[in-house]
Design a protein around this ligand. Structure first.
Ligand code: RB5
Length: 145
């Protein structure tokens, strides 16, 4: 599995921390920026990463801004993206099991770094349950038409 990761300046520090974790775990990733703490606009980075997920360049995306809110809103504007903003491990697991999220959003100014790693770890291991949840997710997809 290949992960795409991206952030604005507000999520930069946490992005680098998560990259170290992915490296240690042997999980392949591509970094879609930003590459410093210089101020940038989160929609640009959310769009770039979300489009990479839809194009199949990466299997899943992790998007980070200060709160996680702006970048998750931006990612969810890209057709086919289900980006879940999660600051607890239960939501992270459910976002896959029930919602088949293809992106995770985090707030670098909200969540502690080690909690963020637990969230990422749980999110990457979770599996979509399908069944009645598939019907519901399909209804979301239908709203895009
Ligand atoms: C940038 O200051 C901040 O607004 C951004 O990182 C994010 O929190 C927006 O939702």
């Amino acid at each position: 599995m290949k992960i795409g990761i991206g952030s604005d300046h507000g999520g930069f520090e946490l992005k680098e921390y998560i990259k170290d974790y992915l490296e240690k775990e042997g999980i392949e990733y591509l970094d879609y920026g930003t590459y410093s703490e210089e101020s940038v606009d989160y929609p640009d980075y959310g769009k770039k990463l979300a489009e990479a997920v839809i194009a199949g360049e990466v299997d899943k995306g992790i998007a980070i801004c200060g709160t996680g809110i702006g970048i998750s809103i931006a990612c969810n504007k890209v057709k086919g993206i289900r980006c879940a903003l999660c600051h607890d491990t239960y939501s992270a697991r459910m976002s896959i099991e029930h919602n088949n999220a293809n992106m995770l959003a985090l707030g670098g100014r909200v969540v502690g770094k080690d909690l963020a790693l637990e969230i990422v770890s749980v999110w990457l291991k979770a599996k979509f349950e399908g069944g009645r949840h598939e019907r519901r997710v399909n209804k979301i997809t239908a709203m895009e038409e």
